[in-house]
Design a protein around this ligand. Structure first.
Ligand code: FES
Length: 161
C-alpha cells in the first residue's frame, strides 16, 4: 500500500518526467520542421551596383531586404563582411521596414522602430520588443544565397509555414 508521502513523491515524479520529455521532443520536432529553402538572391556584382535588393524569403508572403553596408556586420558576407539581409516585417506590428542609406538603419514607418542592420537587426529605438529576424546568407561562387532565418518572422508561429 502506498502511504501519503510516497503517493505524493510518485505523483510529482510522474508529473515532472513526461513534461521534460515532451519539451525535448517538441523542440526536436520544431527544429526538424525548420528546413529552409535555398534562394539565389543575386550576384556580388549586382549588390555592388545597387546596394539594396528586395526579395521574399522563405516564401512569397515574407518580404525581405538585402543591404550592402559601409562596414562589417554581424553575419555579414562578401568582401568586407558587409552584406546582410533581414525580414522587412517589423517585430512590433508587422509594417514593412525601409532602409535609410544615409543613416545605415532599417526604420519602420508605422511607429518608428529603428533597427541596426550591422548589429544583427538589434532594435535601436521604438515600440518593437525584438530584433529584426536576420536572413542567413552564404556565397556560392559569386551568387548570394539565403539559406535560413534567425529569429521569428512577425505574425508566424514558425518561419516555415
Ligand atoms: S509596426 Fe513597426 S514600429 Fe509599430
Amino acid at each position: 500500500m502506498v502511504d501519503r508521502r510516497n503517493f505524493i513523491k510518485a505523483s510529482v515524479a510522474g508529473a515532472v518526467l513526461p513534461a521534460a520529455q515532451l519539451t525535448q521532443n517538441t523542440l526536436a520536432s520544431t527544429s526538424a520542421e525548420q528546413v529552409f529553402p535555398v534562394l539565389n538572391i543575386g550576384t556580388l556584382a549586382e549588390v555592388e551596383s545597387q546596394n539594396v535588393i528586395e526579395f521574399s524569403y522563405p516564401d512569397s508572403a515574407s518580404p525581405a531586404i538585402l543591404i550592402r553596408l559601409e562596414e562589417a556586420a554581424t553575419g555579414g558576407i562578401g568582401p568586407n563582411n558587409s552584406i546582410v539581409a533581414y525580414s522587412r516585417l517589423c517585430t512590433h506590428k508587422g509594417c514593412p521596414v525601409g532602409y535609410r542609406p544615409g543613416r545605415q538603419l532599417l526604420i519602420c514607418p508605422c511607429h518608428w522602430s529603428t533597427f541596426d542592420p550591422a548589429r544583427a537587426g538589434t532594435m535601436v529605438i521604438g515600440q518593437a520588443s525584438q530584433s529584426l529576424p536576420q536572413v542567413m546568407l552564404r556565397l556560392d561562387e559569386d551568387v548570394i544565397q539565403a539559406y535560413g532565418v534567425t529569429g521569428l518572422i512577425y505574425g508566424r508561429q514558425t518561419n516555415i509555414i
